[in-house]
Design a protein around this ligand. Structure first.
Ligand SMILES: C[S@@+](CC[C@H](N)C(=O)[O-])C[C@H]1O[C@@H](n2cnc3c(N)ncnc32)[C@H](O)[C@@H]1O
Length: 187
């Protein structure tokens, strides 16, 4: 159970957000495959350790703005230090099957990273905590990622989000790319 793995490694993905069952569903077809996973937001390494255990064949990369994350001891995951809102942070990292944005949770940053990394996502792109400020009364009617995606949906639909499913679940949004039709499917 992914929930127990998140608990075991101290990630708040289950204890606070209850994302485990959503991730089990989203990752169902990828769980045993040799995928490349990128997570933005490393902190103490809890979720990277959870992905190491749950996705046994995955190559895992974490990005965090905090230089202290570079000294974490992890098994298979590697950590890159940089600001996820800046495209240069991801230069040389290649494409990923799964990208999870659990970084600073600022809408402008989340959308900047999405704009940079969507083309480099093969299957699944998740943005966590898209409207967390709504729960805080001092941030009423703020510009959350959820509101921005809705407001700018025409632009996102036509240029970025088109070939995918969009799933809103709890406080996250997931974009799951549809399989591309290959040459062998033509005719
Ligand atoms: C919620 S924590 C990540 C928790 C981790 N994913 C887990 O579940 O165990 C958020 C992390 O994002 C990092 N962060 C904040 N702003 C960032 C940015 N602009 N670029 C990259 N990382 C950022 C913080 O330093 C912090 O370690």
């Amino acid at each position: 159970m992914l929930a127990e793995i998140f608990h075991k490694f101290g990630s708040d993905k289950e204890s606070f957000h209850h994302y485990a069952s959503i991730y089990e569903w989203l990752l169902f077809d990828l769980k045993h495959k040799p995928i490349r996973l990128l997570e933005i937001g490393v902190q103490s390494g809890g979720s990277l350790r959870a992905w190491e255990e749950y996705l046994v064949n995955a190559e895992i990369v974490g990005v965090d703005i905090d230089p202290a994350c570079a000294s974490l001891r992890l098994d298979r995951a590697r950590v890159v230090i940089g600001d996820a809102s800046k495209p240069e942070t991801f230069s040389g990292l290649g494409d990923f099957d799964v990208i999870i944005d659990d970084g600073g949770h600022q809408p402008a940053d989340q959308l900047a990273t999405l704009a940079t990394m969507w083309e480099r996502t093969r299957s699944l792109y998740v943005i966590e905590d898209i409207s967390w400020k709504l729960a805080n009364p001092q941030f009423q009617l703020v510009d959350t990622t959820f509101h921005r995606l809705r407001r700018e949906s025409a632009m996102w639909r036509s240029s970025i989000i088109a070939p995918c499913w969009t799933i809103f679940a709890k406080e996250l949004i997931a974009f799951k790319k549809l399989p591309q039709r290959g040459n062998h499917e033509q005719g």
